[in-house]
Design a protein around this ligand. Structure first.
Ligand SMILES: [Zn+2]
Length: 276
């Protein structure tokens, strides 16, 4: 896995590493980093997991201590990536810093907002972000002041990783859930059945209520119920079906059930019959 470019794929470079030797602040070997043409305020993302070795206004003291050249700067962030032989990346001309020296950063973390600052050296001729790269064991005594092409290391885009992972993507990226076609089919079928029941259950012509086929069915059910249910008050168990059941010997029923069903069920049936 390579390191991340600080900006989305759509952002163009305005000056490549090695371009314009000796022009302006450029060393003999050419521009010692990549300039990315971004408007002021564009989020600058960390190339990878690492440590902030410098965050602040570029100055001579810092240059002396760490060996950087005062060729650009302004509000800068310098990252040392994790790993014994990992490179350094420097991000210059920012308008706002989001990290502090000594802090650890995660891959893709916003470390600054881009800008047009240059610490008064006037090397920044318009809003952009300068990205420099020093490899492990760098030697500042080269014609690019030790810097190498950042694109030897930076190969990946944060947008790919952010879009490719549900856990990393912003909530707004989650697509609206579509309805399962099968679910829609079942729902439609239920609607049709309900409509049909309403149709057959509907009363008939005016003045002849409950003439629908469903009413007839319900009438049949009531007839069955009448046969099962007890009769008038004081004349219990007058129903025809009940009478038939009552004629049977409960012990015989229990024996038949015991032979046909699980013991527990048979016991429950026997209890019901014996407890009437
Ligand atoms: Zn530059």
């Amino acid at each position: 896995m390579g390191y991340l470019f600080p900006f989305p794929r759509a952002v163009k470079r305005s000056q490549d590493f090695g371009a314009n030797p000796g022009w302006g602040p450029n060393p003999p070997g050419g521009h010692n980093g990549d300039d990315w043409a971004v408007p002021v305020g564009t989020p600058v993302r960390a190339a990878g997991d690492g440590e902030v070795v410098f965050a602040g206004q570029f100055d001579d003291t810092y240059a002396d201590n760490f060996g950087w050249n005062l060729m650009y700067g302004g509000l800068m962030v310098v990252l040392n990536m994790n790993g014994a032989t990992a490179p350094y990346f420097e991000y210059g001309h920012n308008s706002e810093l989001r990290v502090k020296t000594g802090q650890r950063v995660k891959r893709g973390q916003i470390i600054a907002l881009s800008g047009n600052t240059d610490g008064g050296t006037n090397v920044s001729t318009g809003p952009h972000c300068h990205v420099g790269c020093l490899p492990f064991n760098f030697n500042l005594n080269t014609n690019t002041y030790g810097r190498v092409n950042p694109r030897l290391f930076m190969t990946d885009y944060w947008e790919d990783e952010a879009n490719g992972s549900a856990s990393l993507g912003p909530a707004g990226d989650i697509k609206e859930t579509t309805t399962d076609p099968q679910e829609t089919e079942v729902s439609d079928a239920v609607d049709r059945i309900i409509a049909e029941i309403r149709n057959i259950a509907a009363p008939g012509e005016s003045g002849k209520r409950n003439a629908g086929p469903l009413y007839d069915l319900v009438q049949n059910v009531e007839t069955i119920n009448a046969a099962l249910l007890p009769g008038e008050a004081g004349v219990r168990h007058a129903g025809a079906v009940y009478a038939a059941l009552a004629a049977l010997d409960p012990a015989q029923i229990a024996a038949a059930v015991t032979a046909a069903v699980p013991a527990e069920t048979a016991k429950q049936v026997a209890a019901l019959l014996g407890g009437k």
